[in-house]
Ligand binder design. Structure first.
Ligand SMILES: [Zn+2]
Length: 139
């Protein structure tokens, strides 16, 4: 696997991090990969629903009154925005996987402690540990 020539740190010095074991990193990777597959399946499902709604519109719209057509258009728009938000989440997970490869994923941005594997599996885009997240929300 090719390594990037330089690692971008955006002028920010990485704080000293406690080491995360390779086994833990693998666990996070597996959790993220599973999440990505799940999201992709969900995305495909949504796309096929959109296609179906589209087809419905083309085939039975002749007999529909205007209200029906409006409902179907609304449903299709809902599905499209759902598809977009799933796509956004897939991107987040993929970015998380990239950062994991660089060793910059899974550390709390506030206190620098490792974020528990379970939390990362549930919220791949988490950048704070539970404690810091709670502090943030209380402000
Ligand atoms: Zn923290």
């Amino acid at each position: 696997m090719a390594k990037p020539a330089e690692t971008r740190t955006a002028g920010r010095k990485a704080p000293a991090k406690p080491a995360r074991s390779a086994a833990e990193t693998e666990k996070i990777r597996a959790a993220l990969a599973a999440r990505r597959d799940e999201l992709r399946a969900e995305y495909d499902q949504t796309l096929s629903e959109i296609t179906e709604l589209q087809r419905d519109r083309l085939t039975d719209s002749a007999g529909d009154d205007q209200a029906d057509t409006g409902t179907k258009t609304f449903e299709r728009e809902q599905e499209i925005s759902l598809a977009n938000s799933i796509l956004e989440r897939i991107t987040q997970v993929e970015r998380a996987l990239e950062r994991l490869d660089k060793g910059s994923y899974g550390w709390c941005e506030r206190c620098g402690n490792p974020i528990p594997v379970e939390r990362l599996a549930a919220f791949p885009s988490a950048t704070l540990c539970v404690t810091c997240k709670q502090l943030e929300e209380r402000r």
